[in-house]
Write a protein that binds this ligand. Sequence first.
Ligand code: SME
Length: 141
Amino acid sequence: MQTEDVFRHILSELCTFLKKNNENYNWVGIYVLKSGKLELECYEGEKTDHEIISLGDGLCSLAVLKNEIVNEADVTSNPKYLACFPSTRSEIVVPIRLGGKAIGEIDIDSDRKGVFTEMDETFLSDVADRISKLVEYFYRE
Ligand code: SME
């Protein structure tokens, strides 16, 4: 067993836990920045075709490039949105930072419009801060 396996397992369990404990969280994933692309490290929910996202594409890129939370209440109204699941109506992307720099993100899709509140933003930012050291392990410049 490698350290990498342990860290991936913990992050994967986190995705499972977050989805299981919030009925509005229909898909939960963690993307990590690797050589200029966002790679899906782990997730809970349906399989997505977007396991690797080029920086510039989608709300996922926006969160990392702007280094701020993207909270989209209605994905159909946002031309930057990269569709993964037909059922998704809203999405929140929360940067995971290391020394202030975004190195990855927590990405959550919901089948309901406008469900992500300031409480979700605060809670997920707190989680992101606390998993930063685990995510650093997968981060590659
Ligand atoms: N919707 C995202 C792509 C990732 S999926 O939601 C899993 C985006 O716009 O970047």
